[in-house]
Design a protein around this ligand. Structure first.
Ligand SMILES: NC(=O)c1ccc[n+]([C@@H]2O[C@H](COP(=O)([O-])OP(=O)(O)OC[C@H]3O[C@@H](n4cnc5c(N)ncnc54)[C@H](OP(=O)(O)O)[C@@H]3O)[C@@H](O)[C@H]2O)c1
Length: 254
């Protein structure tokens, strides 16, 4: 089925970490399909406001919401406020993430905790807090978790990041099984290497050149290419897809 324009009109979506990068592109794509998008961010309010303007330019509605996904109380309060202010929550995209890199033997407890608490605890906090509202959305309820090719195949220097993203895949499948009987779906999108601040910071030129040799499509991906997969999973066309990991990686892992 072709992707229906404005199929998300009347739906409320929360995208975590939507001030920049992949999350921002997801917010714009959902807005383009007509959704009202709650743009979560951690600290960059300027970027979040700019993302909200982009969502509105795409045809959606947008509000911004600062909270730290690593804090279960902050997440619970924020999602309660979404229910109160907007009346529903139909789509949750767990995108907020950090990459804290370093070799195993020198990796500190704090680095491990920072990575896991944002990338994995954050997705759990949001999913648990949003579940009641999503169940009310019934067959329109959608959870989409952003994992990574690194969670599927590992990467030297990224032990915590790989573990957090592999955990997100387990969370996805278990949530999909729990919520399926009520029509709510839960899937993961697994990007390869995508051009964002995260890769600009952690992928030096030499590593980038080496990486390109292993990507059959021979380029780094664009955030919009990940966002389009999420926008598809968020819509009615994807109602029979649950518990899946959809790869957007240029063929890096097949
Ligand atoms: N880029 C890639 O190649 C790639 C590949 C595979 C998977 N991914 C995954 O895709 C997701 C987005 O990555 P990206 O490259 O777009 O990252 P990014 O450009 O670094 O943006 C990260 C976003 O997450 C937000 N954030 C960080 N910590 C947060 C917290 N504790 N609470 C709430 N928001 C928080 C940031 O908010 P502020 O602006 O306020 O700081 C920002 O909006 C991540 O889960 C990442 O692991 C990325």
């Amino acid at each position: 089925m072709a992707i229906l324009d404005k199929a998300l009109a009347g739906k409320v979506a929360l995208v975590t970490g939507a001030s920049r990068g992949i999350g921002r592109a997801i917010a714009v794509a959902l807005g383009g399909r007509g959704a009202k998008v709650v743009i979560n961010y951690a600290s960059r309010e300027d970027a979040a406001r700019e993302a909200a303007t982009a969502v509105e330019a795409a045809g959606g509605q947008a509000v911004i919401a600062q909270f730290d996904v690593a804090s279960s109380t902050a997440v619970a309060d924020a999602i309660k406020a979404i229910g109160k202010d907007h009346g529903s929550l139909d789509i949750l995209v767990n995108n907020a993430g950090v990459a804290v890199n370093g070799m195993l033997m020198r990796f500190t407890d704090d680095q491990w905790k920072k990575t896991l608490s944002t990338n994995l605890d954050g997705a759990f906090h949001c999913t648990r807090a949003a579940a009641t509202l999503l169940l009310r959305a019934k067959t329109a309820g959608r959870i989409i978790n952003i994992t990574s090719v690194v969670g599927e195949m590992g990467n030297g220097g990224q032990v915590a990041y790989a573990a957090s993203k592999a955990g997100v895949i387990g969370l996805t499948m278990a949530t999909a099984k729990e919520l399926a009987s009520r029509g709510v779906t839960c899937n993961a999108v697994s990007p390869g290497f995508i051009e964002t601040d995260m890769t600009a910071e952690h992928l030096p030129d030499a590593a980038r050149a080496k990486l390109l040799e292993n990507i059959p499509l021979a380029r780094i991906g664009g955030a919009v290419e990940v966002a389009d997969a999420v926008a598809f999973l968020a819509g009615p066309e994807a109602a029979y897809i649950t518990g899946q990991v959809i790869r957007v990686n240029g063929g890096l892992l097949m």
